[in-house]
Structure formats: structure tokens, C-alpha cells
Design a protein around this ligand. Structure first.
Ligand SMILES: Cc1cc2nc3c(=O)[nH]c(=O)nc-3n(C[C@H](O)[C@H](O)[C@H](O)COP(=O)(O)OP(=O)(O)OC[C@H]3O[C@@H](n4cnc5c(N)ncnc54)[C@H](O)[C@@H]3O)c2cc1C
Length: 591
């Protein structure tokens, strides 16, 4: 069973993501290293002892639907209650509404642990956190005072309602409509699909953040507004009032995360017996809803990226334990009696080291994104802009690379189990199934790669990405300056990988400038992978530099000398692959 790697997480936060420096510069308020460790320790205990034991039941029994009511998996309700009573939901919430206002780095670190314990469980607070941020940043004072305290504490939960059958990646096709009711409130009508924790029994109220169109709104994404639609209306004294016209019609049968109800939501169909129309409150300005929702989505993208790390970590631990236990064959290096544990075989060691290094590389990327978000808040003026651009650049990279690596790691975990990996009872397959959603939701990884290439590379005329690559180069310089040989040829491998990133980046910027958009988009996904692989190698090296035991330098070396060779090939795919793709597309029965 999963054991939270508290020491590793603490090390990554402090030495890789930059938390120690931020603490000593006073950029993280009253937080101290001791407090960080105390919080991580307790979160690790809760995740390992309270949440992880729910994971198998969440998968095998899952959430159940009957007559618009959703009953969550065994233990979810009780554990969620204990979890919010422990103050965990409030960790990053605004202080004014009872939150602890801790940095994104802390939220990411504890979020990793909840999601390693059970991704289905971790999803509910993931959505609530996004709702809190969007409401806090864009909501009126009245709305905030009505909803924020309970959302911050977790007594009420939040959802995010974007997707409709005809509007997935492309929200311009959205049809759900909202009408002003004449009293400052609105009525919402429409269907949303795939709504995570849209209905459940863990909280007294659910606050749906719903994208909808007002009458006469401009077409496309410029005509979308954001509304808060509570499951139960809230009276002036804060008590719960009548049931709103917002109901769950069904929940999806799906590949994984069975403990997380994925709901079809119907708004305004008169299900509550009253006149049809779900009572709704506008968040932010009319027709500016997508901007407000982006606050929620950016937060959620970091948190989904962290889910990739979480699944990878749990799958790695599971496979490592099995590889020590299972005996087959006799490795030449094995001196014991009889068959050796499979971990003695070099091929299994390769798989496990690849898994471990990928998890730590993606953790480094995610926590560094959280650090950039913290710095963007802590700084002002030009410095804040620099950090905000860094966060913008790292968001699609973290979301894609960490979630793809999570899937790769979970799949390798199944392979290490042999036939038993394919048998559900071992639990290895669950990680693979659960983690497979991560590259899909919160903007598919394909959409993330388009975001990286078309919106993030051009930031500050290309200077933001160049500055970042420059910082990664500084890590390599530091590796070269080490007077021990634990890094082996890692510096050369890292430099070659960064040369590949430079080459592909310059090519991309050239395409964007010279009307080569189709060619740029054709290379966007391999470019994303290339960037993430190389950046991950630098974060591993950073960990190696900070580690007196040299263990982490050894892992950084393994990754650099074994995984980074792919970077040069990826750069070639990006810069030379577009022409053949644009010709071969004829074979896809296109008109
Ligand atoms: C379990 C689960 C939970 C979810 N939770 C929520 C939730 O809480 N709230 C919510 O609103 N939604 C939720 N979603 C929906 C999710 O965010 C969408 O499924 C996702 O954004 C993709 O949209 P789609 O399924 O319509 O795929 P499509 O948009 O139809 O995409 C299909 C494929 O085409 C690609 N593609 C699409 N457009 C382009 C383009 N312009 N260029 C290149 N490639 C493109 C995509 O990358 C993808 O590979 C959830 C989905 C699932 C399965």
C-alpha cells in the first residue's frame, strides 16, 4: 500500500522548486521550514493511513446512482468529513474566509499525497479549490460572503461545468443559456456532461460553476458568462433553503476513477416541481465568463499535473514492492539460494529506475510551476510579470508531461507485475486505468501543446522561453562544476538535450513568424515532450546538486544518460517531420 514519500517531497519543494530560498527571502509569509515539514508529515499520515485504504473499494464498488442521488464509495463520506475537520481543504484558501492561505507549493505537495492515496477521492477537493479561486478573484462581495467560507472549509464542494455534448475542447459551441430573472439573479437552462462530483453525498451543498450564454450574447467564446448555481439555495442567515433546479441525470461508466462520480447535469428542467429554471448568480461581468473560468482552469491544470505525479509515485511504489517479492529465474549477480527476486534482473532495474526518475522529474516540473505561481503573487511590477510568464510557460508543460509520464510509469508498473499486472486483484492495473484520464481532462494534452506553441512561446517576443532555457543551462554549468563523478556524463547529455530544445524552439518561433502555423502545429506534441524531458532532467540534476549523499546525482545521471537520448530525435521529428505528415494526411480519407 502507498506510503507518502514525505522526505522526498520536502526535499523537492525546498531544493528543487526553490522553497528554501523563497522562505529565507521572506516571500512566503510566516511559513517556516519546520512548519512545512510538520504539515507534510501529518498530510502524509492522513493520505497513507486514511485515504489509501479506500482506493480498492473506490475502484471495485465505486459511486452509485439512483433517482438523481449519488452515493459515494465506501468510506468516502466519513473520511472526507475527517479530512475537512483536519483543515485540509482550507490549506490554500483565502484567510479572510477561514483559509490558511498557504502557498501553491504546499497545496501541490499535499495534493500529490491525497491523489496517490486515491485519485478518485482527491478529485472532489481539486474542483472545490478551483471554485474557491474563481469566486475569490471574480465574485462580488455578496456572493463571496454567501458561499466562500463553507467552500473554503470544504463543508460545501465546488464543481466546474464547461463540457456539453457538442462543446468539449471547443467551448465556442456551448449552448447552455442563462436569462436574467429581473431581481439580479438569473435562471440557467441546459445540459452539461462529464461533471466531476456534480452530485454526491459527502457535503451538504454543491456549488456548480456553470458556463452559459445570455440572450443576445455575441457568438463564440466572447459570449460566455460564468454563473454560480447552488444545489440548495442559501437563505440570508446562511442556512440552506429550497432545492434548486440542478439535478444529476446519470453517472458515466468509465475506464477508471470509479469512485469519482462523472455526472450528466440537467439545469432548469423543472425537476424540483417548481417553475423550470435553475437559480444562478453571475460571477464577474457578463460575457467575460471564460476569463473567470481560466482562473479555475489554470489552478486545476497544476493540480491535474500533480495527479500525474501522484499516480506515478503510487504505481512505482507498488511495482518496487512486487519486484522485491516475486522470484523468477536467477540473475547472474544474485548470490542467494534458488530463484532470484525479479528486481535482481537488470531489465527490471532499468524499468524501476525509469519509473522513479520520471516521477521525480515530473515532480520537479510541477513544484517549480507552483513556485512560479507563488512568486507571481509575492512580487510586483516587472518581476511579477516575469514569474507570471514563467507560470504560463510551465502550465502546459507540467500538465502534459507529468500526466503522460504518470501513464507511462503506471503502464511499466503493470509490465513489472507480468501476468499479475493484468489481473485486477494486484491493483497495478487500477493505477493505469485511473491515471489515463489525466492527459484527457483539463484541456487534452494535444490542446496543451497548441497552447505552448501558439500562446506561450511568443510571450515577451520569445524572451520568456529563452530565459527559462537559459536557467536550465545554468544547472548544467553547476553540474560541470562538481568535483565528484557521481554525475558521470550527465552534463554532456543535458547540454545535448538543451541544444535539441533550442533548435526546436527556434524552428517553432520561425514558423510562427513566417506563416508556418500548420507545420508548427504538426510538431507541437513531440515538441512538448522534448521540452518536458529535458526540463525534467535539469530538475533531477538540481536535486543531485543539493544532495550530499550523491544518491540523487546517480538518479539524475541515469535519466540523463538513458532517457535524454530521445531529445535529439524529437527535435528532428519537430523540425523535419511536418512535411511528410502534411503529405501523408492524404491516407486518412480526408476530403
Ligand atoms: C472522467 C472525466 C471527468 C471530467 N470532468 C469534467 C468536469 O468536471 N467539468 C467539465 O466541464 N468537463 C469535464 N470533463 C470533460 C473533459 O474536460 C473533456 O472530455 C476534454 O476537455 C476533451 O473534450 P472532448 O471529450 O469533447 O474531446 P474533443 O474536444 O472532442 O477532442 C477529441 C480529440 O481531438 C483533439 N482536438 C480537439 N480539438 C482540437 C484542435 N483544435 N486541434 C487539435 N486537436 C484537437 C483532442 O485533443 C482529442 O484528442 C471530464 C471528462 C471525463 C472523461
Amino acid at each position: 500500500m502507498y506510503r507518502a514519500p514525505v522526505a522526498e517531497i520536502s526535499f523537492a519543494l525546498k531544493n528543487v522548486a526553490g522553497m528554501s530560498a523563497a522562505l529565507s527571502n521572506g516571500e512566503l509569509g510566516d511559513l517556516s521550514e519546520d512548519l512545512v515539514d510538520a504539515v507534510l508529515e501529518e498530510a502524509g499520515r492522513f493520505a497513507s493511513e486514511e485515504i489509501a485504504p479506500l482506493n480498492t473499494g473506490a475502484d471495485q464498488i465505486g459511486a452509485k446512482y439512483e433517482n438523481a442521488v449519488v452515493t459515494t464509495a465506501p468510506g468516502f463520506k466519513e473520511t472526507y468529513k475527517a479530512w475537512i475537520e483536519g483543515g485540509w481543504n482550507a490549506i490554500a484558501g483565502p484567510e479572510e474566509f477561514g483559509g490558511q492561505d498557504l502557498p501553491y507549493m504546499m497545496a501541490a505537495a499535499v495534493g500529490e499525497m491525497w491523489n496517490s492515496g486515491s485519485m478518485a477521492f482527491g478529485l472532489c477537493p481539486l474542483l472545490t479549490t478551483g471554485a474557491v479561486e474563481a469566486l475569490d478573484m471574480h465574485g462580488s462581495d455578496e456572493l463571496k460572503s454567501m458561499f466562500l467560507e463553507k467552500l473554503v472549509s470544504g463543508e460545501w464542494t465546488g464543481t466546474m461545468n464547461l463540457t456539453e455534448p457538442q462543446a468539449g475542447s471547443d467551448l465556442s459551441a456551448l449552448k447552455t443559456r442563462a436569462e436574467p430573472a429581473g431581481d439580479g439573479t438569473y435562471r440557467v437552462f441546459g445540459q452539461k456532461i462529464f461533471i466531476t462530483f456534480g452530485e454526491h453525498d459527502m457535503a451538504d451543498n454543491i456549488c456548480h460553476l456553470v458556463l452559459a450564454r445570455l440572450p443576445d450574447a455575441p457568438a463564440g467564446t466572447r459570449g460566455i458568462s460564468l454563473f454560480l448555481v447552488p444545489k440548495f439555495l442559501v437563505e440570508e442567515d446562511g442556512s440552506l433553503g429550497s432545492r434548486n433546479d440542478a439535478f444529476c441525470q446519470s453517472i458515466e461508466h468509465k475506464l477508471g476513477i470509479h469512485g469519482s462520480p462523472t455526472c450528466v447535469m440537467i439545469y432548469g428542467d423543472g425537476f424540483n416541481g417548481n417553475e423550470p429554471g435553475a437559480v444562478a448568480y453571475l460571477i464577474g461581468e457578463e460575457n467575460r465568463g471564460l476569463n473567470c473560468m481560466f482562473t479555475m482552469m489554470n489552478n486545476a491544470r497544476l493540480n491535474v499535473a500533480v495527479q500525474g505525479v501522484a499516480i506515478g509515485e503510487a504505481a512505482y511504489q507498488h511495482a518496487l514492492a512486487y519486484a522485491h517479492e516475486r522470484r523468477q529465474g536467477k540473475s547472474a549477480a544474485y548470490l542467494g539460494e534458488g530463484m532470484s527476486p525479479i528486481i535482481e534482473h537488470p531489465g527490471i532495474q532499468r524499468d524501476l529506475l525509469t519509473m522513479k526518475s520520471m516521477v521525480q522529474a515530473s515532480r520537479g516540473i510541477c513544484y517549480s510551476l507552483a513556485h512560479a505561481m507563488d512568486m507571481a503573487e509575492a512580487k510586483e511590477g516587472d518581476e511579477a510579470k516575469l514569474w507570471s510568464e514563467r507560470a504560463g510557460l510551465l502550465t502546459p508543460i507540467a500538465k502534459s508531461v507529468a500526466t503522460d509520464m504518470g501513464c507511462d510509469v503506471a503502464s511499466m508498473g503493470v509490465q513489472i507485475h507480468g501476468g499479475m499486472g493484468f489481473i485486477e486483484e494486484t491493483g497495478a492495473a487500477q493505477y493505469m486505468r485511473d491515471g489515463r484520464i489525466n492527459p484527457i481532462y483539463e484541456g487534452t494534452n494535444g490542446i496543451q501543446s497548441i497552447d505552448l506553441v501558439t500562446r506561450k512561446l511568443p510571450l515577451s517576443g520569445g524572451e520568456a522561453v529563452k530565459a527559462y532555457i537559459g536557467e536550465l543551462r545554468d544547472v548544467v554549468v553547476a553540474v560541470r562544476g562538481e568535483n565528484h563523478n557521481a554525475f558521470g556524463n550527465a552534463a554532456d547529455a543535458l547540454d545535448t538535450a538543451l541544444d535539441a530544445v533550442d533548435e526546436a524552439t527556434n524552428w517553432m518561433l520561425g514558423q510562427l513568424e513566417n506563416g508556418g502555423m500548420q507545420a508548427a502545429l504538426a510538431g507541437a506534441s513531440p515538441y512538448m515532450r522534448l521540452f518536458g524531458l529535458a526540463a525534467g532532467g535539469c530538475y533531477l540534476a538540481k536535486a543531485g546538486l543539493a544532495d550530499d549523499t550523491r544518491q540523487r546525482a546517480g538518479l539524475a545521471r541515469y535519466y540523463a544518460e538513458n532517457l535524454l537520448a530521445e531529445c535529439a530525435a524529437l527535435s528532428k521529428t519537430v523540425t523535419e517531420g511536418a512535411e511528410s505528415l502534411l503529405l501523408a494526411r492524404e491516407q486518412l480519407n480526408l476530403a
